[in-house]
Design a protein around this ligand. Structure first.
Ligand code: BES
Ligand code: MN
Ligand code: ZN
Length: 499
């Protein structure tokens, strides 16, 4: 969908549908809503008077006006009570109204965004509205071959802004589009099944993203990894016929000599569990075990498109985890890239192994901050549910920055402790560490394991096992891969860019 921003009055624009957002309990119409109400001979105020529309969060009503106002339809969307309005409500409302309009075959709509809402700064409000509109309309359709002409789609959303706010809205809409495109990319990558999203294909996608921008992309293949001793990553890959790839993206938008921000994303293009095979039920969902990696590629795309003045590196260890005659086995001991030895007790705890080598590699870059995103533990879904990211880390300032970005974007995080006692659980009798600490506190012991490979750099680990995938449609996240935590990462990077 194209987003256009125009100067002028909404009431004077002709369109298939004009979108108006209203607060709950709003008795008196104002601004563009009032102007359109007058022009339509009081259609909106009548509608409200009869109680058809209460302005509840994301409530949508469409009024047909027979030629009085310039738009064929007036689409009302609720924002809820004024004191409860926030950016998340705005994203959800704009998603709801655009989804509704696209379902009834509207292709082009006009809207004004109420920038006086007490939800945030003006540019944040405008960005949230456009983001919600775009994110909610996402569809994953490359594999549908039948009745493709019946797909619904919106072509254009035209936003009207006052002369005073025009530049600001224009800029916010551009930012929102770049971020939504990045989320779309992450969703596409994670929704694509494993037969068409192998480590090699993922690496090629990263290269394509890089080629079109001021990004460099290097890919280490199996031989290159062997040479430098990335044996934990290679062990996980040993049961697969697909060659593992370590994807290295770099964006230099800042001064050359500054320490980089480094993002690491787990890139299991399929996780069967390996010899410690997973049950058949829902194993198909493990095609999205590269959601963290997808988010990192997307975040680098957005950083480059937004021209953020930062030095940023993205690292994605990509492989499959499969059982085979050559597969690694429970009991195996691996000498990892860091030199530390790992006893494998469960080949399904593979994410922490590929991350161990990648985090140790990242540490060599002496990062100013290191953030990893991984669908790491089922335990995190049990602890925090399907909507919240588990956060663990070693640096208070970095955790605070991530928390701020999470609250702003609605990709929420909740911190779990990394206390000393948990580290006991991953000590091995015969190696330095073992790759599982048993069932208790599974998310924490996984993070404790990762911490052994990070060194002293400010580090945060995001366990996205819950929110990476959704089994039901959410406000602006259709069923399937969610694109979490792309918006959180980009918001974090924008914050660092301002420092
Ligand atoms: N990719 C899975 C974690 C996962 C589970 C992500 C469900 C999303 C939804 C990970 O590799 C895994 O299998 N973890 C094991 C660890 C255990 C063997 C210590 C798990 O959580 O069961
Ligand atoms: Mn696994
Ligand atoms: Zn996994």
């Amino acid at each position: 969908m194209k987003i256009s921003v125009r100067k002028g009055r909404l009431v004077d624009a002709k369109s298939e549908a004009v979108i108006l957002s209203l607060l709950e309990g709003e008795k008196k119409l104002s601004g563009e809503a009032l102007a359109i109400d007058k022009k339509s001979g009081g259609l909106i105020s009548d509608f409200l008077k009869h109680g058809d529309f209460e302005g509840k969060p994301s409530q949508v009503s469409v009024i047909y006006n027979r030629g009085k106002a310039l738009s064929k339809r007036i689409a009302l969307v609720g924002l809820g009570k004024p004191e409860d309005v926030n950016l998340e409500r705005i994203r959800s409302a704009f998603s709801a109204v655009l989804r509704h309009l696209s379902k009834i075959n509207v292709r082009k709509a006009t809207a004004a965004i109420d920038l006086s809402l007490k939800a945030g700064a003006k540019d944040e409000i405008a960005q949230a509205a456009v983001e919600g509109a775009l994110l909610g309309l996402y569809q994953f359709t490359p594999y549908k071959t039948v009745s493709r002409d019946e797909f619904k789609r919106m072509d254009e959303l035209i936003i009207f802004a006052t002369t005073k706010d025009y530049a600001l809205v224009q800029e916010a809409a551009k930012t929102a589009r770049i971020i939504a495109e990045a989320v779309y990319l992450a969703r596409d990558l994670a929704n694509t099944p494993a037969n068409e999203m192998t480590p090699s294909i993922l690496a090629r996608k990263a290269q394509t993203v890089a080629r079109k921008r001021k990004l460099s992309c290097r890919v280490l293949n199996r031989a290159a990894m062997k040479k430098i001793g990335m044996n934990a990553l290679l062990a996980v890959a040993s049961g697969s016929n697909e060659e593992p790839k370590l994807i290295i993206l770099e964006y230099r938008g800042g001064a050359k000599k500054t320490a980089p921000l480094v993002l690491v994303g787990k890139g299991l293009t399929f996780d069967s569990g390996g010899i410690s095979l997973k049950p058949a039920e829902k194993m198909d969902e493990m095609k999205m075990d590269m959601a963290g990696g997808a988010a990192v590629i997307a975040a680098l795309q957005a950083a480059a498109d937004l021209r953020l003045p930062i030095h940023l590196v993205g690292l994605i260890p990509a492989t499959e985890n499969l059982p085979d005659g050559r597969a690694y086995k429970p009991g195996d001991i691996i000498r990892s890239y860091s030199g530390k030895t790992i006893e494998v007790l469960n080949t399904d705890a593979e994410g922490r192994l590929v991350l161990a080598d990648t985090l140790a590699y990242a540490a060599r870059l002496k990062p100013a901050a290191l953030v990893d995103a991984a669908t790491l533990t089922g335990a995190c879904v049990i602890a925090l549910g399907e909507e919240v990211i588990g956060m663990l880390g070693t640096d208070e300032q970095l955790k605070q920055d991530i928390r701020k970005a999470a609250d702003k974007t609605g990709e929420r995080v909740w911190e779990l402790p990394l206390w000393e006692n948990y580290h006991e659980q991953i000590k091995s009798d015969i190696a330095d560490y073992k790759n599982t600490g048993g069932r208790p506190a599974g998310t924490i012991t996984a993070a404790a394991f990762l911490s052994k490979f990070v060194g002293d750099f400010p580090w945060v680990h995001l366990d996205i096992a819950g929110p990476a995938w959704t089994t039901k449609d959410k406000a602006y996240i259709p069923k399937g891969a969610s694109g979490v935590p792309v918006r959180l990462l980009v918001e974090f990077l924008r914050g660092r860019a301002k420092q």
